[in-house]
Design a protein around this ligand. Structure first.
Ligand SMILES: Cc1ncc(COP(=O)(O)O)c(C=O)c1O
Length: 417
């Protein structure tokens, strides 16, 4: 990115922190071309305001934003509130378009197909509510879809009388072929939608989205992909996957501001999805996916901070972020798998997993283990207390070190006996 472009997003003259980080990071990358040594990642880690006493392993829920993102957000928040005039807010129209284009480039789609929303839940609900369905039509989901892509379908089906078929999930996943075959078997002439999760938050299965989308193509079935656990974590190429819509949050793996999300809708599908929120600013002339952005007064200063989050991740490079995140997750999985009192519940195969690591302790109740890990070791993780995805969840991102993974697993070993 050239300086003119970047200064458009800055009110202050000297973006010292950003330049210093960029220079240092480039120098570290030059020393180690694979950008794989720990000193490089330590430099990345230092950009986050995380409490050093914490082992934060909950990217699947919320990632901290880097200082660069926070500084940009504060700067524009201050500017907004010092002068909330329409004139001072004009700049956000162009900024929004710049950010839209950057998101589109990252996902390999066109800017017209991207809406900036408030989170994955909202984006998925735009799809759930917006597709025309009639009694007798069928929607296929899985038992491990997040409620925003699961209960939302069931709720609408109760009202309108279409059928939701939920596929059971075997953990760990048996194979890509088996997952695809499950969907192939479930499709009927009445199937209108397949709504799946790219990587599940429950046990971290990566669904073969491209293969499932190709089953649906030619049958007129809309494939909706919940990308909450992949956007900003994996190098997602939506053109290659070929789904019809994709929902994600900016405050998870992308390490952006809170309450920001995206919705991709394939160009041909956009006219057929009704906007479920319509308010001031609505017009039939709205182009592309912008019709899913009309939901009242918005937090404009969030826009330049999403831009900063995109710059941050692009500076490292999305493939490098994915490789590092996978290396951290793999280290955790391999070590946990070797503990006698631990059952690893996430696949090891990269094509069947992402950054979500789920495991169960055999000798201690899950909730007790979760509390102990917080109280004794200050480990911020997630937990499912019961059911078929019961267990503890680690989800590391680039601000974690290998040493933190080792310490986290050592703590699990200590409490699991
Ligand atoms: C797979 C999945 N989908 C959707 C969501 C909802 O995300 P948000 O709360 O940002 O809308 C989550 C949250 O963890 C998730 O894991």
């Amino acid at each position: 990115m050239n300086n003119t472009r970047r200064d458009f997003f800055r009110l202050t003259a000297v973006p010292v922190a950003w330049r210093a980080f960029e220079t240092a990071l480039n120098a570290a990358a030059a020393r180690s071309p694979e950008a794989a040594d720990e000193s490089y990642w330590q430099m990345v880690k230092r950009q986050f305001p995380l409490d050093e006493r914490l082992i934060y392993l909950n990217a699947a829920n919320v990632c901290p934003a880097s200082r660069l993102v926070l500084d940009r957000h504060f700067e524009f928040l201050r500017d907004f509130h010092s002068n909330p005039s329409f004139q001072n807010r004009d700049k956000y129209v162009e900024m929004r378009e710049t950010v839209r284009a950057k998101i589109a480039r990252m996902l390999r789609v066109s800017a017209e197909e991207i809406a900036i929303t408030r989170n994955t839940s909202e984006s998925s609900n735009f799809i759930v509510e917006g597709i025309d369905l009639k009694p007798g039509d069928e929607v296929i989901i899985t038992d491990h879809n997040h409620p925003s892509n699961n209960d939302s379908w069931k709720m609408r089906a109760r009202r309108e009388g279409f059928v939701v078929r939920s596929l059971p999930v075997t953990v760990p996943a048996p194979s890509v072929e088996k997952l695809v075959a499950d969907f192939e078997r479930a499709i009927t002439p009445r199937t209108r939608v397949i709504a799946i999760t790219h990587v599940t938050n429950t046990t971290g299965i990566q669904y073969p989205a491209r293969e499932i989308a190709s089953l649906a193509r030619g049958r007129g079935i809309h494939v909706h992909l919940d990308g909450a656990q992949t956007f900003g974590g994996l190098d997602v190429n939506l053109r290659d996957i070929g789904c019809d819509s994709y929902a994600a949050s900016v405050h998870k793996w992308l390490m952006g501001p809170l309450e920001a999300g995206i919705l991709y809708v394939r160009a041909e599908r956009i006219p057929r999805i009704w906007p479920s929120i319509v308010t001031a600013g609505w017009s039939d002339d709205l182009k592309g996916a912008r019709k899913f952005e009309v939901f009242g007064q918005q937090d404009d200063p969030k826009i330049p901070s999403i831009d900063a989050a995109m710059d941050f991740i692009n500076l490292i490079g999305v493939p490098a972020v994915e490789a590092r995140m996978r290396a951290l997750a793999k280290r955790a999985k391999l070590q946990l798998k070797n503990l006698p009192a631990v059952e690893l519940r996430t696949n090891l195969e990269p094509e069947l997993s992402g950054g979500v690591v789920k495991f169960r302790l055999l000798n201690i109740p899950t909730k007790r283990a979760y509390d102990l890990l917080w109280e004794k070791y200050r480990m911020a993780i997630a937990m499912t207390p019961s059911g078929d995805s019961e267990g503890l969840r680690f989800s590391p991102q680039v601000y974690n070190s290998m040493e933190e993974i080792d310490r986290a697993v050592a703590a699990v070993k200590e409490i699991s006996g």
